[in-house]
Design a protein around this ligand. Structure first.
Ligand code: NAD
Length: 445
């Protein structure tokens, strides 16, 4: 099928490249000409495992990037909206959604053939029906359900695993105003065989996405609150506690051969320094705001956000308990991205910690296998020493703070083994074995 994707960010680019890999003809549109130029040269503007290889294989064949939205919409059968939906402090910011809907509508006015517009961006329930559809109908002069189709297809890819998640989805959720739209979406996704497909209403599709993200965020904040209590009580390690909890057969079932299944969600039931990224914080906040607006307070989710906002402070508390003075302390920060496998630092828990440490006058050496450029853009180059390697980052420091679960950080015990001065390791993710370190501290211990 011929598809245009409006917005070539994390979701737009990964979706576009993967749909091209699966045999569709894809045109990705963005307002940023630099992004478009680089993409057309086979250079992904984001870091994602496997993305560059797929882009290089498909670009100029089944995949093209452009700033020309009109041409892209006219030449395709389906337009997928993948622009950003940030949280503006009070509610979801739909300005990009409104703008792109207006642009699509204007182009559809001159198009004769049936066309389907699909919202892939995460939008609060009701947005596709009450915002996108009326704008497109008004600007195009066409009737949804007759001349055009309107759909909602939330995206569940995880940054760091985005290509794999897109190519091997666990579910495909399709919302549509009518059967014709849903049939069109289903044929778009027919290239993914054997995947559970849900055909539903626009609003339900929107709600599924928020509910999924809110549940995962809730599990994280729950685990963090338990971890914080373990720290306060003393003599209890949250890692031992959660191990005992995971062994409940309702969480990790025992199969007939006696072996246990460890479902992926148990990784959300572990204490750490909090969730970040471009989705969980903004989506949970947007749902809370939407609930409030509709007269339904979301008190559990409000607590989820509060616990998460305060969680990075646990790291600072550990430092303050361990050192009388933070000024002049030499600190290695390991991990700037909000999670491993990505260069995305949006809402990373490292940000509030770095800001506070810079304020206190600590001397900071930072290292991340992928996110150094993004961090330089955010923090500038003056207040932080950016290190080229893990060993350089931990060289001569008093404290090492581990903030992101990068695989590479498993090398820390080897790197520190012959050191005479033993730095304190503060494990913000509880990913390392505490017995391998002389001086170890962490969340929930
Ligand atoms: P992003 O900010 O990385 O990308 C959005 C892109 O849209 C930008 O490149 C921007 O230049 C472009 N854009 C804005 N207005 C435009 C217009 N009028 N025409 C063409 N392009 C335009 O955002 P993202 O992380 O890809 O997220 C997009 C949506 O997908 C959001 O709603 C987000 O919540 C959702 N989502 C994101 C993820 C994720 O892991 N990042 C996962 C699932 C869902």
């Amino acid at each position: 099928m011929k598809i245009s994707i409006l917005g070539t960010g994390y979701v737009g680019l990964v979706s576009g490249v993967c749909l091209a890999e699966k045999g569709h003809q894809v045109i990705c549109v963005d307002i940023d000409p630099e992004k478009v130029n680089k993409t057309n040269q086979g250079i992904p503007v984001i870091y994602e495992k496997g993305l560059e290889e797929l882009l290089v294989r498909n670009v100029a064949k089944r995949f093209l990037a452009t700033t020309d939205l009109r041409k892209a919409v006219l030449e395709t059968e389906i337009s997928i909206i993948a622009v950003g939906t940030p949280f503006d402090g009070d509610e979801i910011d739909l300005s990009h959604i409104r703008e792109v809907s207006l642009q699509i509508g204007n182009v559809l006015r001159e198009k004769k053939d049936y066309h389907v517009v699909v919202v892939k961006s995460t939008v609060v329930p009701g947005t596709t029906e009450e915002v996108v559809q009326p704008i497109i109908e008004q600007t195009s002069g066409k009737k949804a359900g007759k001349d055009i189709g309107i759909g909602m297809n939330p995206e569940f890819l995880r940054e760091g695993e985005a290509v794999n998640d897109f190519l091997y989805p666990d579910r495909i959720v399709l919302g549509g105003i009518d059967e014709k739209t849903l049939d069109c979406l289903q044929s778009l996704y027919s290239v993914f065989e054997g995947v559970d497909v849900i055909r539903t209403k626009l609003k339900t599709a929107e709600m599924i996405k928020y509910t999924a993200n809110s549940l995962l965020a809730t599990m994280i904040s729950f685990s963090n609150e338990i971890g914080n209590l373990c720290s306060s009580l003393g003599g209890i390690d949250v890692v031992d506690v959660m191990k005992g909890v995971h062994l409940d057969k309702r969480l990790c079932p025992i199969m007939s051969d006696g072996l246990r299944i460890t479902p992926g969600f148990t990784s959300y039931l572990e204490a750490g320094c909090g969730f970040g990224g471009s989705c969980f914080p903004k989506d949970v906040k947007a749902l809370i705001a939407h609930g409030k607006k509709k007269g339904q307070p979301m008190s559990l989710l409000e607590s989820v956000i509060r616990v998460n906002d305060e969680q990075p402070l646990q790291i600072l508390n550990i430092l303050r308990d361990s050192f009388t003075e933070l000024k002049g302390l030499r600190i290695a920060i390991l991990g700037l991205a909000f999670k491993p496998g990505t260069d995305d630092i949006r809402e990373s828990p490292t940000i509030p910690i770095l800001k506070e440490l810079i304020q206190t006058g600590a001397s900071i050496q930072a290292y991340d296998p992928a996110a150094m450029q993004e961090a330089k853009k955010f923090f500038g180059e003056h207040k932080i020493t950016y290190c080229a390697s893990l060993s350089q980052a931990v060289d001569g420091v008093d404290v090492i703070i581990l903030m992101t679960r990068w695989e590479e950080f498993n090398n820390l015990p080897n790197l520190l083994v012959n050191r005479k001065d033993t730095p304190l390791l503060v494990d913000g993710r509880r990913m390392l074995n505490k017995l391998q370190f002389t001086r170890y501290a962490g969340i929930g211990i």
